[in-house]
Design a binder for this molecule. Structure first.
Ligand code: KG4
Ligand code: ZN
Length: 335
């Protein structure tokens, strides 16, 4: 059995988790602490990097203490330390990775630098004994990525966004509609009362043979529609119609990827995968095609350290570690 402590600080959540696991067995989350800065950034309508990094450094130490208390373990019992080293905001990544390295160095334990996207990708399988071959769709604020996954550590990119990420489109459209930041959960909420057929927004690239995405045309279509409205803005109808277009694009492309590759499992991860309308649409489409759907539990969808700990633990159990002088990488690709 190995114990791993991981830190996630790539954007606006400071998170620490402790995971226990061994090869071939389901890992157990002993602690997963998240200190969200959403309220702090809300008044600016987006993440302010300087504020984010300052708050990471303020919250990290107490969060590590809290995680150790919740897990009921002493820091000397931790076998390895991991941290997100990219992609993300440079000044935010530096805080978490430096702290994890310092602990690893002081306790003479291995350090593992983890790709944030690998954390998201593996999150639907945390608590299971293996990562089966599958099609992974990562939909977050920064990324929309479609991958063919052979198993943990073996990924092939099938497609990605050519402009905005799905979550980014949600956040930008939310802003246009005058909704609070972040727009994703707000649009989901208000869309429940709207008519998804009210506006026929474009489903860009949906029928193209490749597996890339584009959301900027959809975003612009919402903007133009808004500008033409003279009376009261039908926010719920616009939100519902926008969301319907996003869902159809994501479901259509991902099912196409499963058909192309012959994979029988689709896994959804990242903040946008919290969206219930999206989950339901995937569930129905997968059932129709005889495909199994794997989704992360809600606390593992948005940024958290348990997913980083899981990715770290799988690598640690394979004998991997990173150099203590390995740098952070704001644009770190997954494949
Ligand atoms: O994975 P995440 O926490 O951070 C990144 O790595 O980006 O994802 C945050 C994104 C934001 O764009 C947010 O608006 C979106 O996930 N999001 C949602 C929902 N909850 C969060 N989008 C649609 N529906 C939701 N319920
Ligand atoms: Zn994320």
């Amino acid at each position: 059995m190995a114990l791993l402590l991981a830190i996630e600080s790539s954007c606006d959540e400071t998170a620490v988790a402790i995971l226990r696991g061994s090869k071939g067995e389901a890992s157990q989350i002993l602690a997963s602490e998240v200190s969200s800065q959403i309220e702090l950034h809300r008044e600016f309508g987006g993440v302010v990097p300087e504020l984010a990094s300052r708050n990471h450094s303020l919250h990290l130490r107490p969060l590590v203490q809290q995680a150790l208390v919740h897990a009921n373990v002493g820091i000397e019992e931790i076998d390895a330390f991991a941290a997100t080293t990219g992609p993300g905001l440079a000044s935010s990544l530096l805080i978490g990775s430096t702290a994890a390295k310092a602990m690893a160095c002081a306790l003479e334990k291995p350090f593992l630098g983890i790709n944030h996207l690998e954390g998201h990708l593996l999150s639907p399988f945390l608590g299971q004994t293996e990562v089966p071959p599958h099609i992974a769709l990562i939909v977050s604020g920064g990324h929309t990525l479609l991958l063919d996954v052979e198993g943990a550590g073996s990924y092939r990119k099938l497609g990605g966004t050519r402009d905005d990420a799905a979550g980014e489109a949600y956040d930008k459209v939310g802003k246009m509609l005058g909704l609070p930041y972040p727009g994703g959960p707000e649009i989901e909420k208000i869309a429940r009362t709207g008519n998804a057929q009210a506006y026929d927004f474009p489903r860009s690239m949906l029928h193209d043979p490749h597996l890339d995405f584009s959301f900027s045309g959809l975003k612009t279509a919402v903007l133009y529609t808004l500008q033409k409205e003279t009376g009261e803005i039908p926010v719920a109808d616009l939100a519902a119609s926008f969301q319907q277009a996003v869902i159809e694009i994501l479901v259509g492309k991902t099912l196409k990827a499963a058909k192309k590759t012959g994979r029988r499992i689709i896994a959804l991860s990242g903040g946008v995968s919290l969206n219930l309308a999206l989950r339901n649409a995937f569930q129905q489409a997968c059932e129709r095609s005889g495909i199994e759907l794997a989704v992360a539990s809600p606390t593992l969808c948005t940024d958290n350290a348990a997913m980083i700990a899981f990715a770290g633990l799988l690598r640690f159990l394979e004998g991997e570690s990173s150099l203590l002088d390995a740098d952070i990488s704001p644009n770190l690709p997954l494949v």
